[in-house]
Ligand binder design. Structure first.
Ligand SMILES: *[C@@H]1O[C@H](CO)[C@@H](O)[C@H](O)[C@H]1NC(C)=O
Ligand SMILES: *[C@@H]1O[C@H](CO)[C@@H](O)[C@H](O)[C@H]1NC(C)=O
Length: 292
């Protein structure tokens, strides 16, 4: 091998090495998918399910959202949401925009809830919201075997993939079951079954359920559904009563201000356990990963 030949060889192998180094490095600095840094963080996961008042109609008039986001509902780098494509992204109003097809989502309780939990418990870490609510749905459509149930369980399982615990299901539904007496009368029985199925399928027998007791309805039997909700006597089921919160002109949907208030009430219910429940002895200490 001549001197110039070995120089060429050296040059070729050096550039090959550099190229390999470049490829290896490029592998690490590829454009990051949304929220890559938070993906593998432990998350306190909350499932948001139910119908329009959970999905959020605050600020929606004539199928248009006014775009007003109160400061209690502003995004925070450690509040994420699982989007319709099962990716964690930074949460922002309207939380259900890509979950509800062909409906106009506005402000719901989710962001106000997450911000209130964070402000009352700064040690909580990352909150992962899993929006699943769809407007106009009755409880039959949420029962096991039906699409909404399966979709919710699938999203809940996907949310757990990269670390975390489902801390609670926040449930606000029943307005559609106030239209006929029969549905209103069977609400409690259906809800008890739904809770049992969730807990079985999510393998979390003590999973906390925070249910909102109706403020309004689409029919005359709101009182019967409310009585059913308040009569559910199960461990780790907490009720938050929305009655009296301000409604939009439609008389059905909570206003943005009401949703902020509701989010704070849900946060208090979550952080305080179940003071009003007869089964307080079943209350578990809320345990956060880095502090217990
Ligand atoms: C949404 O609306 C479009 C057009 O009106 C319709 O084709 C589609 O099936 C609707 N999707 C759902 C999920 O209802
Ligand atoms: C619930 O809603 C579905 C879809 O709109 C409807 O087909 C069904 O009859 C309703 N069920 C009850 C019990 O109201």
């Amino acid at each position: 091998m001549t001197c110039s030949e070995s120089k060429v060889l050296l040059l070729v192998s050096m550039s090959a090495l550099l190229w390999l180094l470049f490829l290896a490095f490029a592998g690490f600095v590829r454009p990051a998918p949304a929220m890559a840094t938070s993906d593998f963080l432990y998350k306190n996961i909350f499932i948001l399910a139910g119908q329009s008042n959970m999905a959020g109609r605050g600020g929606v008039v004539d199928n248009k959202w006014d775009g007003i986001v109160p400061f209690q509902c502003q995004p925070n780098p450690s509040i994420l949401r699982l989007d319709a494509g099962l990716r964690w992204v930074r949460a922002a109003e309207p939380l259900h925009a890509d979950i509800e097809h062909n409906k106009t989502s506005g402000v719901g309780p989710g962001m106000a809830f997450a911000n209130a939990v964070k402000s009352k418990d700064s040690s909580i870490g990352v909150i992962g919201l899993v929006p699943c609510a769809v407007g106009g749905t009755n409880i039959s459509e949420w029962m096991k075997g039906n699409h909404l149930y399966e979709q919710m369980v699938r999203r809940a399982q996907a949310a757990l993939q990269e670390g975390g615990t489902i801390q609670a299901i926040l449930w606000y539904q029943g307005e559609s079951d106030t239209e006929n007496r029969e549905d209103a009368m069977t609400y409690k029985r259906r809800m008890v079954k739904l809770i049992a199925d969730w807990r079985a399928d999510l393998q979390s027998p003590n999973l906390r359920i925070i249910q909102v007791v109706l403020a309004s309805g689409m029919g005359p039997f709101v009182g019967i559904v409310r009585r059913g909700q308040l009569g559910i006597d199960q461990p780790n089921v907490v009720s938050v009563d929305a009655m009296g919160l301000p409604l939009e002109e439609d008389g059905l949907h909570l206003t943005t201000a009401a949703q902020v208030r509701l989010g704070q009430m849900l946060a208090n219910a979550f952080l305080n356990g179940m003071p009003s429940s007869p089964s307080t002895s079943n209350a578990q200490r809320i345990c956060y990963p880095f502090f217990c």
